[in-house]
Design a protein around this ligand. Structure first.
Ligand code: ADP
Ligand code: MG
Length: 699
């Protein structure tokens, strides 16, 4: 019999319930303390946890364990070791020690380190992250770990994320204490990442080298029907998609991933999955797992799940919405306006801190969403522009304005406090006036960062947001420290007044997709970093290096390594795409064009022989068009070849990246346009790969 959902949920996770059952009481307590407060874990405790974990894993069919980590590529990595340990009499036992649980030493020399790992020490080590639960997948016990070099430099995305959560917690607690909320001892970042994806038929997918090698189509004339009917969004699920989603939910639930909503998205074959939010660290791990499980389950259904940001030209691409908030260990969401004036003050301070953070570090927020894939989305007419601005909605904007102007807040006058501080009335969560064009929107009790690409790790934006907000909170604490409790309201009022004056330029409630906004943003002095090579150098801008080093999130060297890896990744991605396009055109498409052109001319000739006065004008026109296309494409292909070679001569990665963007991608675009026009004239059965019609309406 099938398990009921509640029994199924988390059945493959070494979660709190299992720990309580399996661990001696004192060990359980010690581990809980570590998980909740980040305290050090003694090796004895780790040993005891390891024994229980192994027992539980073996009972549930696991034979291996792996330290699961997230190198700087944004993917996950794992190396599996079995539990078997030989005994003296030549038999084996299943064994697992605290040392093996706590620390691993993968030979990590093949992971990019961006120059961080000195050549004399190529090994890195992985360290157990007890705050993210271990789980079983495909017969292996997965232990979430951080990945560092021997010098202690972070080689992954988890370490800086944990550091940033800690920094934010410290600064938030400090400020809350100053504001008189002294019960709070810990603050955690919560995130809920909404994940978009496409599903295509696996057989068709396999016939397209571009999809196989690059994850997106590099060619393809538009289908006669795209998303113009607006009938796909929230439309009824087709049976094959419904079956996939059903399986996907079950697999995710087993892993304790709280998949909550699923629906069709705007483009044909596009869908979305959203989980219930969780602590940032766990949610990041879960999102990585979700992407993996999405692909695995698709395979079982004869489908392929595309996580690329722009798999198809001419229709929407896929993003990931990072819903972000901060909540206290006393159970308060700090971005929830709350009902009482005291709560309002606290809310306004934290809201203001986020506004300040995003304004001052908008370039970093932009970087967190930068990738070759996402460059095809951002700034297009479907995704947020590359300009980072904040949507607050009219009501909140008016409240901040009234604070700035020292005027009453019109219709909510009566909530003015006697002290003269203007505070927020009970704020009704308004779901109706959400501005979908804003890259960073306040949505009632959280912020939603919408620039992120679908394939990205959600770690990066949260590292940046946490750190930038920690910095803003630290500055606010300095401004408020020493204020007597009776003067606090007024002091907060003044603080917000100063801050809003300075940072209101980042607030924009209008339509972010318009040309007017681009011009207006420039006037306001906001960044408009259009592409990945445009924004990446900002990683090393002095203000940003200062931010990260001050809060001990990244050292200068760690930042330099990320800069190098991001650039390298961009260049490699474009180079692979260029080579794939060359292959498809030279080996598949051009031969198909000439085959079809000669068959048309052959048929016309034979018809002409048969009926001498028959007009063959249209055949001649078609053949001459195809012939001209052939020449154009062949010529541009020669150019692309030279450009690919020239890429190797670039002396710096930044130069190479700019060359990719300005030259190679432009040539690819020209090639695509010529090929797509020719493709539209060639019957489907003569084409070497399935068309958009087939791909987008196959499932
Ligand atoms: P939408 O209308 O965009 O679907 P929802 O309220 O359903 O908005 O939330 C979308 C995502 O935001 C979900 O993943 C949800 O769990 C998450 N979310 C809700 N509250 C919070 C919070 N306090 N912190 C982080 N994420 C949250
Ligand atoms: Mg959303």
């Amino acid at each position: 019999m099938k398990k009921e959902i509640p029994a199924l949920y988390g059945s493959l996770v070494f979660n709190d319930k299992v720990m309580r059952n399996k661990l001696p009481k004192d060990v359980y307590k010690a581990l809980k303390k570590t998980i909740e407060n980040g305290t050090h874990l003694e090796l004895e405790v780790a040993n005891s946890v390891a024994v229980a974990m192994k027992e539980w894993a073996v009972e549930n069919g696991a034979t291996h364990f792996t330290h699961w980590f997230q190198p700087m590529t944004g993917f996950t990595a794992e190396k599996h070791d079995s539990f078997i340990t030989p005994t003296e009499n030549g038999e084996v036992i299943m064994d697992f020690s605290g040392k093996e649980l706590v620390k691993g030493e993968p030979d990590a020399s093949s992971f990019p380190s961006g120059g961080l790992r000195a050549t004399f020490e190529a090994r890195g080590y992985t360290a157990w992250d007890p705050t993210s639960p271990a789980f079983i997948k495909d017969g292996t016990l997965y232990i979430p770990t951080a990945f560092c070099s021997y010098g202690g430099e972070a080689l992954d995305k988890k370490t800086p994320l944990l550091r940033s959560m800690e920094a934010l917690s410290q600064e938030a607690v400090h400020l809350l204490h100053i504001l008189g909320n002294t019960e709070v001892t810990h603050v955690s970042t919560t995130i809920g990442p909404e994940q978009e994806y496409f599903l295509v038929d696996k057989d068709l997918y396999e016939q397209r080298r571009d999809l196989v090698f690059t994850g997106r189509t590099l060619l393809g004339a538009p289908a006669p029907r795209g998303q113009e009917m607006e009938d796909h969004y929230f439309g009824a699920l087709k049976p094959r998609v419904a079956a996939y989603m059903h399986d996907l939910d079950e697999e995710l639930w087993k892993l304790g991933i709280p998949a909550k909503t699923k629906h069709n998205e705007v483009a044909p074959s596009q869908h979305e999955l959203a989980p219930i939010f969780d602590t940032a660290n766990v949610a990041v791990d879960h999102n990585q797992l979700t992407m993996e499980v999405m692909k695995k389950v698709a395979d079982k259904h004869g489908l392929v799940c595309l996580l690329h940001e722009k798999p198809f030209e001419g229709i929407n691409g896929s993003g990931k919405h990072n819903n972000w908030s901060i909540s206290t260990n006393t159970g308060e969401n700090l971005l929830d306006p709350g009902k009482t004036p005291a709560k309002n003050i606290q809310f306004l301070v934290f809201l203001m801190a986020v506004i300040k953070a995003v304004d001052e570090y908008a370039d970093l927020m932009r970087i967190s969403a930068a990738s070759a894939g996402n460059d095809h989305r951002l700034g297009g007419n479907e995704a947020p522009p590359a300009i980072v601005s904040i949507f607050l909605g009219d009501e909140l904007t008016a409240i901040l304005k009234s604070i700035e102007d020292d005027t009453y807040f019109g219709k909510h006058q009566r909530v003015q406090l006697e002290t003269g501080a203007h505070v927020l009335p009970h704020f009704v969560k308004d779901n109706t006036d959400r501005n979908r064009t804003s890259p960073f929107a306040f949505t009632g009790n959280k912020f939603e960062f919408r620039m992120l690409g679908s394939s990205a790790s959600v770690a990066t934006p949260n590292i940046i947001l946490n750190t930038a907000v920690a910095e803003a909170l630290a500055q606010f604490s300095r401004e408020l420290s020493g204020t007597a409790p009776k003067d606090m309201e007024q002091a907060v009022h003044e603080l917000i007044k100063r801050a809003i004056k300075k940072h209101k330029k980042v607030i924009f409630n209008g339509n972010g997709y318009t040309e007017e906004w681009v011009a207006e943003a420039e006037k306001r002095g906001l960044y408009n970093l259009a592409s990945t090579p445009d924004c990446l150098p900002q990683i090393l801008a002095e203000k940003n290096v200062e931010l990260f080093t001050r809060h001990h999130i990244f050292t200068r060297e760690e930042l330099a390594s990320r800069y190098e890896i991001f650039l390298e990744n961009y260049v490699k991605t474009v180079a692979i795409e260029a080579k794939t396009l060359r292959e498809m055109l030279a080996k598949d498409f051009l031969p198909a064009v000439s085959r079809y052109a000669s068959s048309v001319s052959g048929e016309a000739l034979s018809m002409k022989t048969f009926v001498p006065d028959l007009s063959t004008d249209s055949a001649r026109k078609l053949v001459s068009f195809l012939g001209a296309s052939y020449e154009t494409i062949a010529g541009a292909l020669d150019l692309l070849d030279q450009e690919i070679l020239a890429l190797d001569e670039k002396t710096s990665l930044l130069e190479a990246a700019n060359y990719c963007r300005k030259t190679i991608l432009a040539t690819m675009e020209e090639l695509r346009s010529a090929a797509d026009q020719a493709e539209a004239k060639i019957p489907e059965e003569e084409l070497p790969y399935p068309t958009y019609d087939a791909l987008l309406f196959s499932v």
